[in-house]
Design a protein around this ligand. Structure first.
Ligand code: NAP
Length: 334
């Protein structure tokens, strides 16, 4: 019998999630049935949507999320022992997966792509959901052209840091907003033309100085007044991709903060503003993974990870990410 541990969410979060909102449950896994695999989890992801989606599910529920693991026992010949798989089974150390039962959010489990020797954790980062989000969300919605000016918010995070680097690969000028001076320094080191600390700068004035000719593409992870400031500096026919709105995730939805209306900017400059979910491009996701690996191998793209260690530290890594402690993708090595 294999003993497993998992994080169960037992309370709806109020504001920032608290450790008491979770319970670590230890239990014995049953014997494998045909079509099932036993996976030893090696890497677990912590992501903002785990906070945002918390109101969607009745408690208690098992904390979902991407993970990479290795098959330790198999009753599905497609996944022999030793195969590495990516699933959405969340924060647990061992799990039994029914290979024919797709996850309601993430779809079917799949084999970890060939990462050409890079860390398996890239499978939940640059060559996983965040990487595909950056790739399709930015390229399909922003349609960047060489020489254009791109602004990214949440620029030092998993998705934002990849969007900025893809924009550089496409020959754009890139400006990023992030929440600390150290992040600003790091972004400029990895090739952003300019980075701005939105916590201590006059964002509108700093942006005007950094982009005197205006902005053509805006990839927004954050929302709120910062986004409104940016929208008012867009050029005619600019494109805005709404990827996330993390400034509102920890706030009571009935008391959302007000931000300057953006309709004048959208109308005046004939902007195209579009929200998206990655799943729109579900059937094309392998294309993104292939390209991300090529860029990583060529050195054009440098994924950074914030690695925490140990099953007991998954919660801290999650809240740390929500608080902005992560540079690049926040992951936990079990
Ligand atoms: N549409 C989709 O399909 C899709 C898919 C994946 C992710 N997303 C969204 O993309 C965004 C980024 O996700 P990620 O996984 O890359 O996370 P991340 O950026 O790695 O981590 C979250 C970051 O958000 C920033 N943040 C936290 N509170 C903030 C606030 N009040 N105002 C501004 N920034 C704040 C923090 O950085 P600072 O230190 O800079 O504040 C923190 O590091 C999220 O909004 C997420 O929901 C959307």
């Amino acid at each position: 019998m294999v003993k497993a541990r998992k994080y169960v969410v037992k309370k709806i979060f109020e504001g920032l999630p608290k450790l008491e909102d979770f319970e670590i449950v230890e239990y014995e896994l049953p014997v494998l049935k045909n079509g099932e695999i036993l996976v030893k989890v090696e890497w677990v992801s912590v992501d903002p949507y785990m906070r945002a989606y918390n109101i969607r599910y009745p408690v208690p529920y098992d904390q979902f999320g991407y993970q990479v693991g290795v098959v330790e026992e198999s009753k599905d010949p497609r996944y022999p022992v030793g195969t590495r798989v990516v699933s959405h089974k969340g924060w647990c150390d061992y799990v039994i997966i029914d290979t024919s039962d797709p996850d309601p959010v993430a779809g079917e489990l799949y084999k970890l792509p060939d990462l050409k020797g890079y860390s398996d954790s890239f499978g939940i980062g640059a060559v996983g959901m965040p990487g595909a989000t950056a790739y399709f969300g930015f390229l399909e919605l922003c349609q960047p052209k060489a020489g254009e000016t791109v602004v990214v918010t949440g620029a030092a995070g998993a998705v934002g840091s990849l969007v900025g680097q893809i924009a550089k690969i496409k020959g754009c000028k890139v400006i990023g907003f992030a929440g600390s001076d150290d992040k600003v320094k790091w972004l400029e080191e990895i090739g952003f033309d300019k980075a701005i600390n939105y916590k201590n700068a006059d964002a509108a004035a700093a942006l005007k100085e950094a982009a005197p000719n205006g902005i053509d593409c805006f990839f927004d992870n954050v929302g709120g007044e910062l986004s409104s400031d940016i929208m008012y500096q867009m050029n005619e026919f600019g494109r805005v991709a709404i990827c996330g709105c993390i400034s509102a995730y920890n706030i009571d939805r009935s008391k959302l903060p007000k931000a300057t209306i953006v309709q004048l900017a959208i109308l005046g400059k004939q902007l195209k503003v579009e929200g998206f979910h990655l799943w729109r491009w579900k059937s094309k996701i392998p294309e993104a993974y292939e390209q991300m690996i090529k860029w990583i191998k060529s050195g054009e793209l440098k994924p950074l990870e914030q690695i925490s260690k140990g099953f007991e530290n998954v919660f801290d890594a999650f809240v740390g990410m929500l608080n902005g402690e992560n540079f690049g993708k926040a992951v936990v090595k079990l």
